[in-house]
Design a binder for this molecule. Structure first.
Ligand code: GDP
Length: 367
């Protein structure tokens, strides 16, 4: 039987095959007397947390583990991909524990965004999952905005208990925790070795005070996220890096907008409406007549209509179509992972085209 080696830091079972998954260590690390996974090694020697993800099995174990503990659950979500980053299993994970939602990447939304309304919107969306959240913090982990409020709220709601930070991969969880560590512990050695005995799921504990810890949990992979279907270059292009400038198009029945070659909206019934597009400023938008759209796509996907580049084209699922009859004002059409299109006037019927397995949906306008 193969020997099981356990990481001295987080207790994860050491594996040497997948650097992105919990417990990874290079072969050379196995010769050391104290064996640490790469994540714990980096934390210990560079005071820097890196994100790893976990397998589906470990995910179920994690739900079970946290469910049995008491403490504050901090769920980090990505404001630019709320659909993809809000955990449907939040209720199961949290149990009776209080939940604080931290909505990250506020720096990407227009400065004019009404933050009070945005918080309210998030609160009611989470309520639809059956969860009453204690509070919502808006944050930018990378631009260091909102940390005072976050720290204050964490102290209030954790009520002298531990804090569990959970989230899907890529929401900025490690950027956030690195920032918190920098602000609270300075250069001190932050890793604790008292891992959760008997777990193999790689929780890392970071001391909050003498008695309590902030627990970093591995990122949860959402296979419906667009990140899994794009080349590195395309991913860079579609990920907004700074405040998104809404781009407005007047469009009417029989017209189509292409968002690169990744998504498309046709107006199939209705008067002229404005489409306010919230996407990375680097995604080109192209308007055409619907009757010419299929042909244009066939000829120009990957060049005039790009991204996707050739590598992404090979992994992206085929488009599927969806028809939405919009019967109110101020609706967003969300292309999960890419961004959203607000239709302030409402009252049109549209057809969306988006890769199968990725989700498109409509919601009350977020901004
Ligand atoms: P994790 O997988 O949840 O740990 O996410 P990371 O901390 O590795 O961040 C994922 C990506 O989001 C990286 O490219 C970060 O630079 C970026 N990111 C993290 N926080 C922010 C933020 O507040 N604003 C913006 N615009 N990007 C962020």
């Amino acid at each position: 039987m193969e020997e099981t080696i356990i990481c001295h830091g987080c207790g994860a079972r050491i594996q040497t095959t997948d650097p992105d998954i919990v417990g990874y260590a290079p072969e050379s690390a196995l010769k050391r007397s104290e064996i640490l996974c790469k994540r714990c090694f980096r934390l210990k020697h560079y005071n820097e947390l890196m994100d790893v993800s976990m397998s589906d099995d470990d995910y179920l174990k994690m739900i079970h583990q946290i469910h049995q503990k008491t403490g504050l659950i901090v769920h980090v979500v990505d404001l630019f991909d709320l659909n993809g980053s809000l955990l449907p299993s939040l209720k199961r994970i949290a149990g009776d524990n209080p939940v604080l939602i931290v909505a990250n990447k506020i720096d990407l939304l227009p400065k004019s965004t009404n933050q009070r309304k945005l918080k309210q919107w998030i609160r009611s969306t989470v309520k639809e999952l059956g969860i009453h959240v204690k509070d919502v913090c808006l944050l930018s982990a990378s631009k260091e905005i909102g940390f005072e409020e976050l720290k204050k709220k964490m102290e209030t709601y954790r009520k002298n208990d531990d804090v569990y930070v959970i989230g899907t991969t890529n929401v900025g969880k490690s950027t956030l925790i690195n920032q918190l560590m920098k602000q609270t512990t300075g250069d001190k050695d932050v890793i604790t070795t008292s891992y959760f005995p008997g777990t193999t799921i790689g929780f890392i504990e970071i001391p909050l005070d003498g008695k309590h810890v902030l627990v970093d949990t591995p990122g949860i992979v959402n296979r419906q996220q667009i990140t899994h279907y794009l080349s590195r270059e395309d991913l860079k292009q579609i990920t907004p890096k700074k405040e998104v400038k809404p781009r407005i198009y007047q469009i009417t029945e029989g017209q189509t907008l292409f968002f690169g070659g990744l998504a498309r909206i046709d107006i199939i019934k209705g008067e002229q409406v404005s489409l306010v597009c919230y996407l990375s400023n680097d995604i080109p938008i192209h308007r055409t007549k619907t009757k010419n759209a299929d042909d244009l796509y066939k000829r120009h996907n990957g060049n005039l209509l790009s991204p996707p580049d050739t590598r992404s084209q090979n992994i992206l699922p085929e488009w599927k179509e969806h028809t939405f009859k919009i019967t109110e004002e101020n609706v967003d059409v969300v292309f999960a992972g890419l961004g959203w299109i607000c239709i302030p006037d409402g009252y049109v019927t549209i057809r969306t085209h988006y890769p199968d397995t990725l989700s498109e949906s409509i919601r009350r306008s977020i901004i």
